[in-house]
Design a protein around this ligand. Structure first.
Ligand code: MOS
Length: 705
């Protein structure tokens, strides 16, 4: 153990999950619960001419049928991230318009799931169909709206002049496909009203407090009247951050019916109604001097959204942090298509953005005959080129050097198609990783030291499989001087203090300083240095517990530094050219994420990111039927992603130092950085192996034949 890498306790929630003791949203047992099944549109564009619900209403067990003709009451929310935030700005069943295939056009409620589903299929719909817009070449593009108040346009210097002055120049277009979150736990919700003003929601939510405020805004009731319960989440990856139309529809129908109501989405419904990562098209030009120093970077991106929400995949945001160039231009456009609404998905923007940037850097390295690691070192940024702030605890160069050494990069054959093994071509590739370090204010944690010698830590944060339970227990154990087994952690309930959002890889950085503060406060109240002496005092006092609630205080360096996490991937691929089979043979990842709270769960986050990136690089694509606009993948079998057999051993190392400019724990975040750069590392290795430059993901066999 050193200063950077923390202890390695195993998952607190591991046993509960593998033994089925962990209760997910749809598994909560509520007396008198009834079931809702969605009716969805079979066209992608047009309007409903008529909708006949008579047969459905008469079907056995049916309690209610809702369509745009009788939508359950719900108010338009502020939808501004502060008061409330929903994924799709249009409210469900708002009118007779159809904007995408699979759009929710009704909800049938019955006493059993099977009867609700059966009756949903009895709803007769007649459409006035218009031709949907599904072809990126026929879309009209507009300037992408700003995200979190930041414009997506940027320019420094004169890019045109920079390119003209460059000794070497490359320009290429890189594409990514529509991807699905494909998490294990389906989207589901149980809404349980007590009267019309008190609501309990069981749903997988990455943001307990946000969800609480949003339902309060949707029904114009005080947030204290809304309780969100989400102890376990079976994966979210960004798609469970805010309520979707089905959540809103379930909660409003349950209110009208005054019966607890459950809605579970089928995998097919999830392809249209629970978000995806938009396909992207990016053009990058790099201009460099003969020594490899960049003089111009021109990066423009296009992504697609639905007609009912402006969501941009912000591809160019990461570019100004990566490499220094006096002339830099960024531009981002958004095209509207008749597809479901996209949303945040693991490293939104940074992931497709670095696919393009890190592929282009590799192309430039070949062009200049400079080692790709060396090219990156020569162009390292000293400051963030958007705000001019220097980076805190960067250590990117160390990631590159340690990774190169661990991988054996110095032995890299300098020619393409120069290595074969067992009849297969072998290639090596590398790429950089980057993700901003974010944190949220106003986070609080309650810590209790009980007379039985255990500690309880309570906060309305959540664990979507990332390890929140575990790192909280580890932190409390360290501060209190207790074994981690004696720390109980309770999360995922809005009755607990605001624990923040599991999004933007910010939960650890937001929460851990508050856990430390609360535990330190408990010791202070006890006037003790450790839990042991505090316990002796507790027994003397006859009190049941020492208890404190605390927040992380102080804005540590927010205006002085730019905070990013950094890393590098190195990989080896093999290509069997006869059958165009591409396999990943070897993987090394080196990351600087500030202090590592738990070496085991942090490395698992990086491995998960790499695995998800391998899926994106090799397999994952959601196609839409060109005529009806329906996703032609619809479950975990038709949406291809990796299994164990596709994944090599992934060696993960953490370097750098704790980032105390960022917070008292020196910790940044690790949820998303692991997926960044993965696709580029693989495509770069494929080029080295085969001499084929693949610029469109995924790298399916047809692209290697
Ligand atoms: Mo993440 S895409 O911010 O859940």
């Amino acid at each position: 153990m050193n200063q950077v890498t923390g202890t390695s306790i195993s998952r607190k929630d591991g046993r509960a999950k593998v033994t089925g003791q962990a209760t997910y949203a749809a598994e909560h047992q509520i007396p008198d619960l009834v079931h809702g099944y969605l009716v969805t549109a079979t066209i992608a564009c047009g309007k409903i001419k008529s909708i006949d619900t008579q047969a459905a209403e008469k079907a056995p067990g049916v309690i209610g049928v809702f369509t745009h003709k009788n939508p359950p009451a719900v108010c338009k929310p502020a939808n501004d991230f502060m008061t409330s935030k929903i994924c799709e700005a249009r409210l469900p069943l708002a009118d007779d318009q159809i904007y995408y295939a699979g759009q929710i056009i009704g909800l049938v409620v019955a006493d059993t799931f099977e009867r609700a589903r059966h009756a949903a299929h009895l709803v007769e719909v007649e459409y006035a169909t218009q031709e949907p817009t599904l072809d990126p070449n026929k879309v009209t593009y507009k300037e992408a709206p700003s995200l979190f108040g930041q414009s997506m346009k940027f320019e420094q210097g004169d890019c045109g002049q920079g390119m003209a002055d460059a000794a070497v120049k490359i320009t290429a277009t890189y594409k990514t496909s529509t991807e699905l979150h494909a998490q294990m736990e389906p989207h589901a919700i149980i809404a349980h009203w007590q009267d019309t003003d008190t609501l309990t929601v069981y749903e997988p939510s990455q943001w307990v407090t946000g969800s609480q405020n949003t339902y309060a805004d949707l029904f114009q009731i005080p947030p204290e009247k809304v309780r969100i319960i989400t102890p376990f989440i079976g994966g979210g990856f960004g798609s469970k951050a805010f309520p979707w139309p089905h959540n809103i529809l379930c909660a409003s129908a349950a209110r009208q019916l005054q019966i607890p109501l459950k809605v579970v989405l089928s995998r097919r419904q999830m392809t249209a109604n629970a978000g995806h990562r938009s396909a992207t098209q990016q053009v990058i030009s790099l201009g460099a001097n003969a020594d490899g120093s960049l003089i111009a970077i021109d990066h423009s991106g296009k992504s697609f959204t639905s007609p009912v929400e402006d969501f941009t995949e912000p591809c160019t945001g990461v570019t100004p942090t990566m490499y220094a160039a006096p002339n830099l231009r960024l531009d981002q456009e958004l095209g509207v298509m008749n597809v479901g609404t996209p949303t945040f998905m693991r490293a939104p923007g940074e992931n497709p953005g670095l696919w393009a940037v890190e592929s282009a850097m590799d192309e430039l390295a070949w062009e200049l005959n400079i080692d790709p690691v060396e090219l990156r070192l020569r162009n390292e940024t000293k400051k963030n080129q958007t705000d001019g702030l220097p980076f805190s605890a960067k250590d990117f160069a160390q990631c590159l050097r340690v990774g190169a050494e661990q991988f054996g990069w110095q032995d890299r054959p300098k020619k393409v198609r120069s290595v074969t093994r067992d009849g297969k071509l072998i290639g090596w590739g590398m790429a950089a990783c980057n993700f901003p370090a974010l944190k949220e204010g106003g986070i609080s944690v309650t810590a209790k030291l009980l007379a039985d010698g255990t500690a309880h830590i309570l906060t309305g944060a959540n664990d979507m499989g990332t390890g929140t339970y575990t790192i909280i227990a580890g932190t409390a154990a360290e501060v209190l001087g207790l074994p981690a087994e004696q720390v109980r952690v309770e999360l995922g309930d809005s009755l607990l203090p605001n624990g923040g959002m599991a999004g933007g890889s910010q939960m650890t950085a937001s929460l851990i300083p508050a856990v430390m503060a609360a535990c330190q406060e408990v010791l202070k109240i006890a006037q003790a240095d450790t839990a042991q002496s505090a316990l002796a005092k507790l027994h003397q006092s006859g009190k049941p517990a020492f208890e404190a609630t605390a927040s992380a205080t102080g804005d540590e360096g927010g205006k002085k530094w730019s905070f990013q996490s950094w890393g590098a991937h190195f990989c080896e691929v093999s290509v069997d050219e006869e059958i165009a089979r591409l396999r990943i043979e070897r993987w090394v990842s080196v990351m600087n994420i500030g202090r590592v709270m738990n070496a085991k769960t942090a490395a698992s986050q990086v491995r998960g990111g790499v695995i998800m990136g391998i899926g994106q690089a090799l397999m994952e694509e959601c196609h839409f039927d060109p005529n009806i606009g329906y996703p032609v993948v619809y479950d975990l079998a038709t949406y291809h992603f990796p299994s164990h057999a596709d994944i090599p051993r992934i060696q993960v190392t953490f370097v750098g130092e704790p980032d105390y400019n960022f917070n008292a724990a020196g910790v940044r975040g690790v949820g998303e950085i692991g997926i960044t750069g993965v696709c580029a590392a693989i495509a770069n290795a494929v080029y080295h192996a085969t001499g084929k430059r693949v610029r469109s993901l995924p790298i399916t066999p047809d692209k290697l034949l």
